[in-house]
Design a protein around this ligand. Structure first.
Ligand code: SF4
Length: 218
C-alpha cells in the first residue's frame, strides 16, 4: 500500500484546509513575535527542545542585554548562558549564539541572509530555523515544518517521513505552488485544533475520508 496520497488527493487536502483554517496574517511579526531577522534566528535557536513559554522567557531576558550581533558578541558566554537558562541546553545554545553572531558579522556584515542556503551555512541554524525565518520574517513561500506540521503531514499522507527535515523536503516536492504561501499556517492550526497529538478529532475532521492514518486505525 502506498504510504502517501496521490497528487490529486494532496491538492484536495490543501483545498479543504484552506477552507477550514486561517492562513498567514498580513503584517504579522516574525517567529515568537520577534521584530527582525536577527532576533528571529536567535529565538529559533533558543526554541530547540524547549516549551514556548520557556523560550519566550529566555528570549526576553537575552534581548534586554543585547539586540544586535555586535551587542551579543560583547557579552561573555556565561552571561548569555545565564540569561537563557529557562530554555534549557543553555551552555550549548550560548556557544551557538556567539558562533552565529560571529559568522554573521564576518560573512554578511551583520545582516541575516534571505536564502535557505545562506541561513543554513550559519552555525546553529538548521532547516527548520531557516524555513521559519524565511517564511515569517522574509515572507517567502516556504512551508516551515515544526512538530505539529510534521505530525499532521505524516498522518494524513501528504508525506511519509521520519524526521521534520525530510517532511519539509517532501512537502516542497509534493505541495502545489499555490499552497506554499499559507500552507504552514493551515497545517499548524489544523494540528493544534483538530489533528492534535494525543486525541485527534477524527470524527469532525474535514479530511478524514482521505487520511491514511484514519483509514488504518478506524
Ligand atoms: S482523520 Fe484524524 S488523524 Fe487523520 S487528519 Fe483528521 S484528525 Fe488527523
Amino acid at each position: 500500500m502506498s504510504q502517501t496520497l496521490n497528487q490529486s488527493d494532496v491538492e484536495i487536502v490543501y483545498e479543504r484546509l484552506r477552507e477550514a483554517m486561517p492562513g498567514r496574517t498580513p503584517g504579522a511579526k516574525g517567529p515568537k513575535g520577534q521584530p527582525d531577522a536577527f532576533r528571529s534566528c536567535v529565538s529559533c535557536m533558543l526554541s530547540a527542545q524547549s516549551l514556548d513559554r520557556n523560550t519566550a522567557k529566555a528570549a526576553r531576558e537575552l534581548f534586554v542585554l543585547a539586540q544586535t550581533p555586535e551587542e551579543m558578541l560583547a557579552l561573555d558566554e556565561r552571561d548569555i548562558a545565564e540569561a537563557i537558562r529557562p530554555c534549557g541546553l543553555y551552555n550549548m545554545k550560548a556557544r551557538n549564539i556567539r558562533a552565529f553572531c560571529s559568522a554573521l558579522l564576518e560573512q554578511h556584515d551583520g545582516r541575516v541572509p534571505d536564502t535557505r542556503e545562506g541561513l543554513m551555512a550559519l552555525p546553529g541554524i538548521g532547516r527548520k530555523c531557516a524555513d521559519i525565518v524565511l517564511s515569517f520574517t522574509f515572507g517567502k513561500d516556504v512551508i516551515a515544518v515544526d512538530t505539529h506540521v510534521h505530525r499532521v503531514c505524516n498522518r494524513i499522507g501528504l508525506t511519509d517521513a521520519k524526521t521534520a527535515d525530510k517532511t519539509a523536503a517532501q512537502l516542497e516536492d509534493r505541495s502545489p505552488q499555490w499552497a506554499l504561501h499559507d500552507g504552514h499556517f493551515w497545517l499548524i492550526q489544523f494540528g493544534k485544533r483538530v489533528c492534535t497529538a494525543r486525541a485527534p478529532k477524527c470524527g469532525s475532521c474535514p479530511v478524514s475520508d482521505l487520511c491514511l492514518y484514519y483509514a488504518a486505525t478506524s
